[in-house]
Design a protein. Structure first.
Length: 557
């Protein structure tokens, strides 16, 4: 039983659920906001002034809706301290009007009144409807909150609809401030960026979130679900608001806007283990063999399907794992012994990492020799594939890419995985049968693994050969636009061959090896801003923290 010092207070539990978890849960939306053409152009300093002033004029209407919403929240709140906090937030909004007005000193005056864009109308209508009580009340969809008891909940609902805007602008301010070029003259929208990256604005966002926690303490689980829905809807309205701004200049995002499907073919390549999955497939297969293994060697027949006892099998897996880890580190160190190369040299790198290929082939030979995969049933493997846990957003990205009518998309998974059936089952369970899988295959007799592997892809060289063969098999009627997504040393050659190479995860050996051979690793967003600002085509590998970034960059909203 937990001691009293470790028991969380209700306020702490609500803080984790409402302020932190909602923000994390809707990472897809705020990542999309970051990669909208409007925000990218603003960050690069290339946004047309007319567009920026139009945005400010539209934002005035949203701020006015926020004032009205806060007035209602203040009226509905049944806690005096909460009323004071809401009043402070409401009174802070006129300062934002002053920021907008300061841009009137630019060459074109900020319009005092303007016609509302469709996205602005939807956003303001949403805020005002929430403030009026037109939210889905528990078990009564569409019912107005009319009783005094219900109205007290509206204060929490209203703040739930307002909170994501504050946190989103703090996030954007900090991200944009981080990509400012210190060698350039002052950024044309420096004041806007400084405002939202300031400690003052961040404190206001925290104040809003803390107020949300206070107002949510007494709510039921179903009522908290309503706040989640409002929070999510508000975040989507903000993304659509940015997307609704009229841009005249071209932008690099989303990438899919560039290729014409009549002239181009988008070929997406991806690694599988730890790029698409949470766990490595070898660990899953190892666990399956140990779960299915007999406890002892008694009653084992002498036929080919007989299997070693679980304790012996576990010992062999542990030995394989230890040897792989030790020898892999030694192999990487041996490759790094030579002098560092300042400029990326693909041919030199390909020759230099041959020892890694030899090492991987030796490791697979050992797996076959130890017979640790013997006895696996193909149906059990397929069922395991159906239940594999995949990275958040991975399958959504593949689905969106395939179903995008404006793209001619082909997706290939190239993997070291010992068992292609496992990958195909995982993809098929997600409705992705059209994805082509290129991997090793277990050898079966009567649907039972013999322990052998049909070894097709074991090394970085094998992967790049498969890559070349795939592209060589396409007709010449369209130009291939290639993207490779990977996470390990085995993906390095393919990452460098692609038009766009994206590294997900934080493999230290990949980065050390790449850097040693002159490969630059640059976070995706700063790289996009640099290219948007300078219109350069410098070849680097782009690093991302999630599939949400990949989705936002390549496909957009």
């Amino acid at each position: 039983m937990a001691s009293s010092s470790t028991v969380k207070s209700p306020e702490k539990i609500i803080e984790e659920v409402m302020a932190k978890k909602l923000w994390k849960r809707f990472k897809y939306e705020w990542t999309q906001a970051l990669y909208t053409p409007f925000v990218v152009s603003l960050a690069a300093g290339t946004l047309e002034l007319d567009t920026f002033l139009h945005y400010l004029a539209q934002d005035v209407h949203i701020l006015r809706a926020c004032v009205q919403a806060y007035e209602r929240a203040e009226e509905y709140a049944d806690d005096d301290d909460a009323k004071v906090e809401i009043c402070k937030l409401r009174k802070s909004i006129p300062e934002k009007f002053k920021l907008h007005e300061s841009f009137q000193r630019m060459s074109i005056d900020l319009p005092k009144e303007s016609t509302l864009d469709a996205a602005t109308v939807k956003y303001t209508d949403f805020l005002l409807a929430t403030a009026s009580g037109k939210v889905e009340v528990v078990k009564s969809p569409g019912k107005l909150a009319t009783t005094p008891f219900e109205k007290t909940k509206l204060a929490a609902y209203i703040i739930g609809a307002a909170a994501p805007r504050m946190r989103l602008y703090v996030f954007l301010g900090k991200e944009l401030n981080a990509v400012l070029d210190p060698e350039k003259d002052i950024h044309p929208y420096q004041k806007w960026i400084d405002n939202f990256s300031s400690n003052t604005f961040q404190a206001e966002a925290i104040q809003t979130e803390e107020l949300l926690e206070k107002l949510s303490v007494s709510l039921t689980g179903e009522e908290l679900d309503i706040i989640e829905k409002l929070y999510h809807q508000a975040m989507k309205h903000e993304v659509e608001f940015f997307l609704g701004q009229p841009l005249v200049q071209s932008t690099l995002v989303p990438m899919c806007r560039g290729p014409n499907p009549e002239e181009h073919r988008l070929v997406l390549f991806s690694d599988f283990d730890l790029t698409c999955t949470v766990l490595d497939s070898s660990a899953i297969l190892a666990e399956m063999t140990m779960l299915k293994a007999p406890k002892t060697d008694q009653n084992q027949s002498g036929n080919q399907s007989a299997r070693m006892p679980s304790n012996v099998l576990r010992s062999k897996w542990e030995e394989l794992s230890k040897l792989y880890t030790e020898e892999y580190e030694q192999c990487i160190e041996s490759v790094l012994v030579d002098d560092k190369i300042e400029k990326s040299d693909f041919i030199g790198l390909r020759e230099a990492i041959r020892p890694i290929s030899v090492f991987e082939e030796k490791a697979n030979s050992r797996v076959v020799e130890f017979e640790v995969l013997k006895g696996l049933n193909v149906e059990h493997i397929r069922r395991a594939g159906e239940h594999m846990i995949l990275q958040d957003g991975c399958m959504d990205f593949f689905h969106s890419a395939i179903n995008n009518e404006n793209l001619n998309t082909h997706i290939h998974v190239i993997s070291y995985c010992w068992c292609g059936d496992l990958i195909r089952s995982a993809l098929s369970s997600g409705g992705l049968d059209s994805v082509s899988v290129h991997a090793n295959e277990l050898i079966y007799e009567n649907s039972i693994s013999t322990g052998g592997i049909n070894r097709k892809i074991e090394s970085p060289m094998d992967k790049v050969i498969v890559w070349s063969n795939i592209l060589g098999g396409y007709s010449k009627d369209r130009k291939n636009v290639t993207v490779y997504i990977g996470d390990t040393v085995g993906d390095l050659l393919c990452l460098l061959q692609a038009d766009i190479g994206i590294v997900i995860g934080c493999s230290s050996s990949l980065r050390r090896l790449g850097a040693h051979f002159g490969v630059s690793f640059v976070p995706l967003f700063p790289a996009v801003i640099a290219r948007q600002r300078l219109n350069t085509s410098e070849r680097v590998l782009h690093t991302v923290s999630s599939w949400a970034e990949i989705h936002a960059f390549i496909l957009g909203w």
